[in-house]
Design a protein around this ligand. Structure first.
Ligand code: PLP
Length: 391
C-alpha cells in the first residue's frame, strides 16, 4: 500500500456505505460453509433457514413489527415497486379504489412506478406539491384523501435523498389510519438516522435497503402490515410466505440484520456527532461564500446531510474538481448523476432549472472526522472561487 496516498474523503454516504467489518464477519460463514438453501430439508438447509429466521426476528423487533410482516427483497427499489404495484393492484381488486397518491420529491423508484401504474394500468395519480423546503403539507394530503374510499395506496418518503428534508410521517399516518387508506413510506435514507417504529409512524408498508446502513448491496426489506392487501410481484416460489419468490439471499439478509442492529445501537450518539459535523460544514461553507444556498428544511432535515445550490455553478465540473482533490460528493441522487437533468426534487421545491442543475450534496457517515470537514470546506470554497474566476 502506498502510505503517502491521501485518504479519500468520502462524503457520499447517502449514495452508499462501506460494509461494516462486523457485518462482513457475520456474512462470511453463509457465503462459505453455510451455503445451504433455506428451503432444503437437510442440515445445511436448516442451518440457513435458522439464520434467516433469526435475521427476520431481529429486524422485526428493531422496527416493532412481527416477523411475518417482513418481506426480504433485493433492495429499496424493489421494495418501493412491490409496495406500490402490490398494494394498489390488490386493493383495487378488493374495493375498486383506483387512486394513487404520492409526492413530487419521491425517489424515482416510487415516482416512475406510480407513473407506470397510471400510464399502463389505468390508475389515477395525484403527485402532491411540496413547499420551498421540500415539505409535503399535511392539509394537502387530507384534502386529496377525502373519505379514502377511492385511494388504492399513498406513498410519502420519511426523508429525502437529495435535500434531506424529513416529512411529517406520523401525522400523515394518522390521517391514513382514520380514512382506512394503505400508507407506504420509503425509509431508505432514514434508516440508522431516525427512529423507525412502524406503529409510531402509523405506516402499513415501509421500504429499507441494506447498503445505506453499512450492510451489503442487493438486499432490503418491505415491511407489510398484516392484513394489508398485497399481490406478489415476483411469483414462482413459496419463499417469504409466497409474497416474493426466489431463493433467499441468506448472507445478504444476515448481514443486513446485523447492519441494522449496529446502526440502531449507535444511532443516538452517531447522529449527535454527525449533526455537529454537518453544521460545521454548512456554517463554514456559507461563511466563506454567501452565494452558496443550503437546500431543504433548516430544522426538519437528516442529521448527516448538507446540500447546496450555487447560481451559475457547473455541478459536474465541481464534482470532478472535488474528486481530483480526493473528495467524493454527489450532485444529488446517485441515480441522477450522469443524466445531466436538473433535479426533479429541486424543481418541485421551486428552484429554477439552472439552480436545480447546480446541486452539490455532501452526506456524512461513521468515518467522517472534523479534520475532513475542514478540508472539504476549504477545498469546496477554493474550487468555487477558481471556477468563478475562470467563468
Ligand atoms: N429510495 C431512496 C430514498 C433512495 O435514496 C434509494 C437509493 O438511492 C432507493 C430508494 C433505492 O434503493 P436501492 O439502491 O437499495 O435499490
Amino acid at each position: 500500500m502506498n502510505r503517502s496516498a491521501p485518504r479519500l474523503i468520502y462524503c457520499d454516504y447517502a449514495a452508499t456505505t462501506p460494509i461494516a467489518s462486523e457485518v462482513l464477519a457475520e456474512m462470511l460463514p453463509y457465503l462459505q460453509e453455510g451455503y445451504g438453501n433455506a428451503s432444503s430439508l437437510h442440515a445445511a438447509g436448516r442451518r440457513a433457514a435458522v439464520a434467516l429466521q433469526k435475521a427476520r426476528r431481529d429486524l422485526a423487533a428493531l422496527l416493532s413489527a412481527a416477523p411475518g410482516e417482513i418481506l426480504f427483497t433485493s433492495g429499496g427499489t424493489e421494495s418501493d415497486n412491490a409496495a406500490l404495484r402490490g398494494i394498489a393492484s390488490a386493493r383495487r381488486a378488493q374495493t375498486g379504489a383506483n387512486h394513487i397518491i404520492t409526492s413530487a420529491v419521491e425517489h424515482k423508484a416510487v415516482l416512475a412506478t406510480a407513473g407506470e401504474l397510471r400510464d399502463h394500468y389505468g390508475f389515477e395519480l395525484t403527485v402532491l406539491p411540496v413547499d420551498h423546503t421540500g415539505l409535503v403539507r399535511v392539509n394537502d394530503v387530507a384534502a386529496v384523501i377525502g373519505d379514502g374510499s377511492d385511494v388504492a395506496v399513498i406513498s410519502i418518503m420519511v426523508a429525502n435523498n437529495e435535500v434531506g428534508t424529513i416529512q411529517p410521517i406520523s401525522a400523515i399516518g394518522a390521517l391514513c389510519r382514520r380514512a382506512g387508506v394503505p400508507f407506504h413510506t420509503d425509509a431508505v435514507q432514514a434508516a440508522g438516522k431516525l427512529p423507525l417504529n412502524v406503529a409510531t409512524l402509523g405506516v402499513d408498508a415501509m421500504s429499507l435497503s441494506g447498503h445505506k446502513i453499512y450492510g451489503p448491496k442487493g438486499v432490503g426489506l418491505l415491511y407489510l402490515r398484516r392484513g394489508v392487501p398485497f399481490w406478489p410481484q415476483i411469483t414462482g416460489g413459496s419463499q417469504e410466505g409466497s409474497r416474493r419468490g426466489g431463493t433467499e439471499n441468506v448472507p445478504g439478509i444476515v448481514g443486513f440484520a446485523r447492519a441494522m442492529a449496529l446502526s440502531e445501537a449507535q444511532r443516538e450518539g452517531e447522529m449527535v456527532r454527525q449533526q455537529q459535523l454537518r453544521d460545521r460544514l454548512i456554517g463554514g461553507v456559507r461563511e466563506g461564500n454567501e452565494a452558496v444556498q443550503l437546500t431543504g428544511d433548516a430544522v426538519q432535515r437528516l442529521p448527516n446531510h448538507a446540500s447546496f445550490v450555487v447560481d451559475g455553478l457547473d455541478a459536474e465540473g465541481m464534482l470532478i474538481a472535488l474528486d481530483l482533490a480526493g473528495i467524493a460528493a454527489s450532485s444529488g441522487s446517485a441515480c441522477s448523476s450522469g443524466s445531466q437533468q436538473p433535479s426533479h426534487v429541486l424543481r418541485a421545491m421551486g428552484y429554477s432549472p439552472e439552480l436545480s442543475a447546480s446541486a452539490i450534496r455532501f452526506s456524512l457517515g461513521r468515518d467522517t472526522t472534523p479534520h475532513e470537514i475542514d478540508i472539504v470546506i476549504d477545498q469546496f470554497l477554493q474550487i468555487l472561487a477558481r471556477m468563478r474566476q475562470d467563468a
